[in-house]
Design a protein around this ligand. Sequence first.
Ligand SMILES: N[C@@H](CCC(=O)N[C@@H](CS)C(=O)NCC(=O)O)C(=O)O
Length: 220
Amino acid sequence: MLKILGKVSSINVRKVLWACAEMGVPYAREDWGAGFRSTDDLAFAALNPNRLVPVVIDGDFVLWESNTILRWLAAREERFDLLPRADAQHARARARVEQWIDWQATEFNAAWRYAFLALVRRAPGFDDAGQIAASLQSWAGMLAIVEAQLQKTGGHIAAQAFTLADIPVGLGVHRWMLTPIEQFGEAAGFTRPAFPHVQAYYDRLRARPAFQSHGSLGVA
Ligand SMILES: N[C@@H](CCC(=O)N[C@@H](CS)C(=O)NCC(=O)O)C(=O)O
């Protein structure tokens, strides 16, 4: 059976759990990461030199990088509805899904980091009001991009229908919704912008049983 190493409070671990639930893939999960078994453990570091969760183990195959794990799972399960085939006929549709998966890992993810560590994790050293405000502005700018794209597709991030890209992007939206921006914003003059298409998208994702049971888990 597939083994997943990583705690559920990690957004990157939840991507994999949500994907497994969407695809009906059984797995056994072990708690690793801050607050649990340390990823500095030599046995863990031998699996992932970055010492980060998630890591998946499928027999003699070990894989890390959450978005790569999502692509691998979709390919293994032949879920071409979630990630179109890697052939010329489906090149455009596949690239559109991959574009949003990569955008999450690079642009979207980078924008929220400071604000999330300050307002949710309350991490030491992340208490500079100017940097929090800048991160919130940048994060809101990413949400504006999602808003415009959803207006175009009329459904999900890469297309009208749900695809693999909705897992990483959807969890980023979930994080935005659950972060207590208002508390900080009032003092700093930052107001959470209204994004009606993002709200409707979030409601759509929240209606999915796999998100309810494995994606959200009540944590940002
Ligand atoms: N690019 C990696 C990032 C993984 C990552 O940052 N994982 C965090 C949790 S979300 C982690 O392992 N932090 C160290 C720890 O919890 O010990 C991926 O997408 O898998």
